[in-house]
Design a protein around this ligand. Structure first.
Ligand code: Q9C
Ligand code: ZN
Length: 339
């Protein structure tokens, strides 16, 4: 398996995260990139630095105004009185608040879903590099049959015009869009991160050419709360091309593997030209913020099922937080694709 990565990933390293009223160490740390890269390399996978293919493939998915804000806000930080080494707003536009203010804090509130995505000196470089890993990974999977894009920061909570849930640019969506363009066919995205892939769902919700399927913990009492329910099936031309499989918290391997099996059966019916797996590893029983209690053996079984589908497959790293099981489950997963 070839690993496509971008060393700029480490340039976004948030320190603290506001959670349930307290500041805690931010779970989405730069060390995740190092741990995952080193584990994949030690397991014998070939590591390739992503080429820089520019903004074009990112613009194919994301809103121009959002990209402009994200890429320039650090340089413009002096416009925010008293700004420190991190830019964040606490003012978020609700659906009924539709005016676009001119000031930076208000503009940020139009494009941020929560307080988990602070913007720091290296944030744009890191998220741009993470997207380059996805773009290079898509090309590599089309060439070689499969590839792993070591994307960090993650992407599946980012919508076309907003950051949230530790995500800025939707790496899996950018890769899928590139694979649609390259193949002229349909692409499926299977998201097995413990959190619903709300941004990815939102980006493709009205489209029939990208089937989005997510298996995740029930959002009724879990992030991302406002999407991820079973009755969200797509709109307009996309009707029937989104599927959600929310699972009870703590349900473990059996229901998770059953849901992945059902998702793969739906994907097989669509006969996609390629599959993107939004590979969160935070469904693990050891993950510090996960709630699905999936074992190492469960990850191995899921990987064999997905590899066994025989599709051109790009694995895109999503969540999965620092613990001993994180690199172990990655190595288990990648191993299923080399046989
Ligand atoms: N103590 C991804 O896995 N709330 N994003 C977490 C943590 C936000 C997760 C609470 C979770 C976002 C890519
Ligand atoms: Zn997650």
């Amino acid at each position: 398996m070839r690993i496509i990565h971008d060393a700029r990933s480490v340039k976004h390293d948030p320190e603290l995260f506001f959670r349930r009223g307290s500041l805690i160490p931010h779970p989405e740390r730069a060390d995740r990139y190092r741990v995952l890269r080193d584990a994949a390399a030690a397991a014998g996978h070939r590591i390739t630095e992503a080429a820089d293919q520019g903004l074009g493939p990112i613009r194919a998915v994301h809103d121009a105004g959002y990209l402009d804000l994200l890429s320039t806000v650090w340089e413009r930080r002096a416009e925010i009185p008293g700004v420190g080494d991190e830019i964040l707003t606490g003012h978020f536009a609700r659906p009924h608040m539709h005016r676009a203010p001119t000031g930076l804090l208000g503009r940020l509130g139009l494009h941020l879903a929560d307080t988990s995505t602070p913007i720091r000196a290296g944030t744009w470089e890191a998220v741009y590099g993470s997207a380059q890993a996805a773009i290079g990974g898509a090309d590599c999977a089309l060439d070689e049959g499969h590839a792993y894009a070591l994307c960090r920061p993650p992407g599946h909570h980012a919508y076309a015009d907003s950051a949230g849930g530790f995500c800025f640019l939707n790496n899996a969506a950018i890769a899928a869009e590139r694979m649609v363009a390259a193949t002229g066919g349909r692409v499926a995205i299977l998201d097995i991160d413990v959190h619903h892939g709300n941004g990815t769902q939102g980006i493709f919700y009205a489209r029939a050419d990208v089937l989005t399927v997510s298996v995740h913990a029930d959002p009724a009492d879990y992030f991302p709360f406002f999407a991820g329910y079973a009755d969200e099936t797509g709109s307009g031309e996309g009707t029937g091309h989104n599927r959600n499989r929310p699972l009870p918290h703590g349900s473990g391997d059996g229901p998770w593997l059953d849901a992945i099996g059902e998702a793969l059966a739906e994907i097989a019916v669509a006969r996609p030209a390629a599959l993107v797996v939004a590979l969160g590893l935070d469904a693990s029983e050891h993950d510090p913020i996960g709630v699905l209690r999936v074992t190492g053996a469960g990850f191995g079984q899921a990987a064999r099922m997905i590899a066994g589908a025989g599709l051109t497959t790009l694995l895109v790293q999503e969540g999965g937080y620092l613990c001993d099981a994180l690199p172990r489950n990655l190595v288990t997963f990648l191993g299923a694709f080399d046989a």
